[in-house]
Design a binder for this molecule. Structure first.
Ligand SMILES: Nc1ncnc2c1ncn2[C@@H]1O[C@H](COP(=O)(O)OP(=O)(O)OP(=O)(O)O)[C@@H](O)[C@H]1O
Ligand SMILES: [Mg+2]
Length: 420
């Protein structure tokens, strides 16, 4: 088990070739931050700083193309860094080949060896690593003697074959892991005889069997249907808690991120936007991007004008904020800011100047809840409302905003504005 430290990571790919650029690697090492900046337009990852604690379940979440897989591949050693330092425990692993990093990775498209049984898929990594040697017993035959016996009994039925100590400890490990993942009845099957979910568990099992210091998982659930995904999600979390192996898990699905991570790093365009626990991200997003990405349906945004001491004014409504906002709003008096309000914090209400006059454009009644898309003089908003009230398309409604639930963001930069 180990902590993983990422220090000021940069990654660029050479244009056109898809290869690492040696010259970039060199120049990044030799030049100052200013010239690094000038290259960063092509950079896929920029200035990534992240410490994953020993035993922590860290989720990297962000939209497609933001650099999640690239970051995992850098940690695994499958890509070369442009600049920065990666530590696993107290070892700098920058220049170590993948197999010396003691890291196991489960890929986005989990690749099982198609011609090998589940058993051999699980055992494969173990046989290649030194794991089995570590556990070799001291009372056994020397290895040349064992090899001789293995050779001499190879043609016999399986139960009569001689098993070397190494093979026996591989066997033990494979069976323990298979049991944990409930694939112990599938060990003799080939991958093509498995369902998607079973294959997925074999891929996980193969990573687990090696008992690495760090697990890296790249969207391991993306090929599963919704029900199986929820089940396997819970299973992975449970296993990780049991094994306490430091885990970095990549997904673009915010529900997965929220339900699995001890902490979440939200990424966009090659940078970490915010690093926090799931509920901190929900309640205190650092900027508009995080506010919109975390939460489903996403937060609504409306430009409003600040009217000190506590007013926000929009052509269609006025809002008075709680007292805690006074000194913050004072310094923004007259400015336009972005008001953020989540769909679950809008409520159907009566006509009042503080409320929003809207027209229903779309109704999604799910039974346990109803989502509305409404227009506020042309601006579209989403609301989550009680399921029991019948709704008609085109109906005119008043929505109330809970003032203690609002978020404000700088109109230009998107950075959060908080009460002081
Ligand atoms: N070998 C490569 N050569 C050039 N560009 C690459 C290479 N690998 C990735 N990229 C680019 O780097 C960016 C990040 O890719 P990456 O695969 O890390 O995204 P991701 O966040 O994992 O996305 P997804 O959610 O779609 O898997 C993308 O713009 C991609 O086109
Ligand atoms: Mg990816």
């Amino acid at each position: 088990m180990a902590q993983v430290d990422l220090e000021n990571i940069y990654k660029s790919f050479q244009k056109g070739t898809g290869q690492d650029s040696k010259s970039l690697v060199l120049s990044a090492e030799l030049t100052q931050a200013s010239s690094l900046k000038s290259q960063s337009s092509a950079a896929v990852l920029r200035s990534i700083n992240l410490t994953v604690q020993d035993g922590e379940f860290m989720v990297l979440v962000g939209p497609s193309g933001c650099g999640k897989s690239t970051l995992l591949r850098l940690i695994a050693g499958l890509e070369e860094l442009t600049a920065g330092t990666i530590r696993v425990g107290d070892r700098v692993v920058n220049d170590l080949p993948p197999k010396e990093r003691d890291i196991a990775m489960v890929f986005q498209n989990y690749a099982l060896y198609p011609h090998m049984t589940v058993y051999d898929n699980l055992a494969f990594g173990l046989r290649r690593t030194t794991f089995a040697n570590r556990e070799e017993s001291e009372t056994s035959l020397p290895s040349w003697g064992q090899n001789l016996l293995v050779g001499a009994t190879r043609k016999l039925p399986k139960t009569l074959r001689y098993q070397s100590d190494r093979e026996r400890s591989v066997d033990q490990r494979v069976r323990t892991v298979a049991q944990m993942l409930q694939i112990d009845l599938l060990l003799e099957r080939l991958p093509k005889q498995l369902s998607g979910g079973q294959k997925q568990r074999v891929a996980l099992g193969r990573a687990m069997a090696r008992n690495p210091q760090v697990f890296l998982m790249d969207e391991p659930l993306s090929n599963l249907d919704a029900k199986l995904r929820a089940e396997t999600r819970a299973q992975i979390v449970k296993l990780q808690r049991q094994l306490k192996t430091t885990t970095i898990y990549v997904t673009h699905d915010q529900t997965e991120a929220m339900t699995m991570g001890d902490r979440i790093a939200v990424m966009n365009a090659g940078q970490i936007q915010q690093l926090a626990t799931p509920l901190e991200l929900y309640h205190y997003p650092a900027n508009r991007f995080v506010a919109e990405f975390i939460g489903s349906p996403p937060m609504n945004f409306l430009p409003v004008q600040v009217k000190s001491p506590l007013g926000l004014s929009h052509p269609q409504f006025r809002l008075t904020l709680p007292d805690e906002w006074a000194s913050t709003l004072h310094s923004y008096d007259g400015d336009t800011v972005l008001l953020g309000i989540r769909p679950e914090h809008l409520r159907i209400s009566d006509a009042a100047p503080g409320h929003l006059p809207v027209q229903v454009e779309l109704v999604e009644a799910l039974g346990n809840e109803t989502f509305l898309a409404v227009s506020l003089a042309g601006e579209m908003l989403q609301a989550r409302v009680e399921p029991d009230r019948p709704m008609r398309l085109g109906e005119e409604l008043w929505l109330a905003i809970a003032p203690e639930k609002i978020h404000l963001f700088n109109f230009e930069t998107g950075l959060v504005i908080r009460p002081q």
